[in-house]
Design a protein around this ligand. Structure first.
Ligand SMILES: [Ca+2]
Ligand SMILES: [Ca+2]
Length: 251
């Protein structure tokens, strides 16, 4: 009897310990569980029961309230028409499918969490010359600590994932082109650029004779994490994101 009782006590202790351990290991964000799942073919960490939506211009708050009682509008829409919904039954990814079919939103996304552990290896990002992107190092050559665009937090959310194709138009003095080929080592990926009209020279190659267009285009679309030059804010090599070059001015 004594042996059976002892083993029962031990079992209870082990069970209790394992429950505490699993609870300690459960990741939370602002009191909500963080789950791992698959979205658009990628593994993501997301907040259970939260969905971010961008309302169509024609969508009203009352339409969201009426759509389905499983969704509760808890924040927004803000000036960009984004809002946060709580999913009452907490079936977040299933809820995304339902919301996408509603035709009320331009975008429907989980609240993705990330932890950015791999900053790009481009020369001028690493030596902190690009302090406007990330000014968190005391020896950076200009600006003020913290006065940056918080690019690390943005890249923490995504460096490549976009739900729909994005076209970035840059109307400036062009980019380096030799003959018919892109010639700058940080701006030479033909999959990332669409060459528009050169209104100065009257051809279809907006070559930069000034340098300003190269500078501006680099800020946006320079090849990132290729060990040379600068880091482009739009890190991605996602073919859904393209930069459209037009040369409409002289200077
Ligand atoms: Ca030209
Ligand atoms: Ca680079």
């Amino acid at each position: 009897m004594k042996t059976a009782f002892s083993s029962r006590v031990i079992s209870v202790i082990v069970l209790t310990f394992s429950l505490i351990t699993s609870n300690l290991n459960a990741e939370t964000f602002k009191g909500k569980n963080v789950l791992i799942g698959s979205w658009q073919g990628k593994e993501i960490r997301y907040v259970e029961g939260e969905i971010l939506v961008k309302l169509k211009e024609t969508t009203s708050k009352s339409q969201i309230y009426r759509f389905n009682k499983n969704f509760k509008l808890v924040e927004g829409p803000n000036e960009l028409n984004w809002a946060r919904l709580n999913v009452i039954d907490k079936k977040t990814l299933l809820g995304i499918n339902q919301l996408e079919k509603s035709n009320l939103f331009d975008y429907v996304e989980p609240a993705i969490l990330g932890k950015f552990e791999n900053p790009p290896n481009d020369q001028y990002f690493e030596d902190h010359t690009q302090w406007a992107l990330d000014h968190s190092h005391p020896s950076q050559p200009g600006g003020a600590n913290g006065a940056d665009i918080n690019i690390i937090r943005a890249w923490d959310i995504t460096t490549s994932m976009v739900p729909n194709p994005v076209l970035i138009a840059i109307l400036d003095t062009g980019i380096p082109i030799e003959g018919t080929n892109l010639s700058h080592p940080d701006l030479d990926d033909p999959d990332k650029f669409i060459l528009g009209h050169d209104y100065i020279e009257g051809d279809e190659f907006p070559n930069d004779e000034d340098g300003h267009g190269t500078h501006v285009t680099g800020i946006v679309s320079a090849e990132t994490d290729n060990e040379i030059g600068i880091s482009g804010i739009c890190w991605s090599n996602n073919p859904n994101i393209k930069t459209y070059m037009v040369h409409p001015v002289n200077e």
